[in-house]
Design a protein around this ligand. Sequence first.
Ligand code: SF4
Length: 371
Amino acid sequence: MLYIHIPFCRKKCSYCDFYSIAYSRNCASSYIDVLCSQLKELKGNFSTIYIGGGTPSVLDKRLLMKLLKSLRPFSKGVVEFTIEVNPESLDNDKLGLFVSEGVNRISIGVQSFFDDKLKQLDRLHSSRQAKDAVLKAKKCGIDNISIDLIFGVEKETLDDWQKELEIAVKLPLKHISTYALTYEKNTALWDRLKKGELIALDDEITSRMYQLAMDYLVRHNFYHYEVSNFSQAGFCCEHNLNYWDNKPYVGLGPSAVSYRGGVRAKNTSDLGDYVDRFKKREPLEVFAEKLAPQKRAKETAAIKIRTKAGINFKEFKEQTGVDFLSLQGPALEELIKSGYLRYCKRSGEKDGVCLTEKGFLFCDTVSASLL
Ligand code: SF4
């Protein structure tokens, strides 16, 4: 798996605490030069490529072309090549370029199909642009289209959310990711909340919205394969499935993480520092740790439990070398007693464990208990 981070955005969304900086052509150009040099030196074959952000589609066509050309030695033969885009910076020229360079999956940051909700989130696009982006991508020949949707903004009702879902399932989508709005420190929404300028939605309504998404999307042929992800048959995100399997990956770009040979390393988060370090031939990583087998096994459990398939004991042992029941015995019993997990079986009696419906609602708690 190869991940490339594009840390630029036109404007900060009110809820976002990811590392991103305002787009400038000069800065982006220097950064793409660095990425291209890194790709020239990069060795290995990758089954998936994912260009994420930030907003990769904010790059102009020439910069995108440069980056995609540098990816050619890796993009031939990948099973999945995804690029994240935002509706306001997507056009037919860029889409044509993506298709000609082998991109076969597009992930569109729609977030909502309603203008007032988009405004609350400080998104730059309109609901019309969101729908158009999906239709344009389809028309340009990209079949595997995913969108992100957020639920739980101030004053949003279950009916509003149902309408979003109704619009989504009528579009030619293969994949939908849904996230409950969270108020993160250092975001504009957090400030507004603290100043009393808005009132957060009740947790119970947010939970019911999540349950509604689970019911509604499943009834409309979207398989719920991970806590936040739904796909039509055969269109799970391969890149993320590998990630949830704790398989090795390489991450390029500021704040990107790599996991190779049992070592996890994180790059410097600051773009200027990243470019400087690269030019001076200094290490880009600011943190690296060799994961002990038990720690790696626990992390694998905490990530893998988020999938609908859950953890199969035999596969877990083969993958990590650690026996799941010996590793997680006490935590497991507690989670089962609390109704978050249940035993499941694929080929034999109780040969695995997975989330219950209640467990899906409290997935972060479950994951944390397994660490
Ligand atoms: S476009 Fe995405 S990465 Fe950029 S500020 Fe908005 S949510 Fe964050």
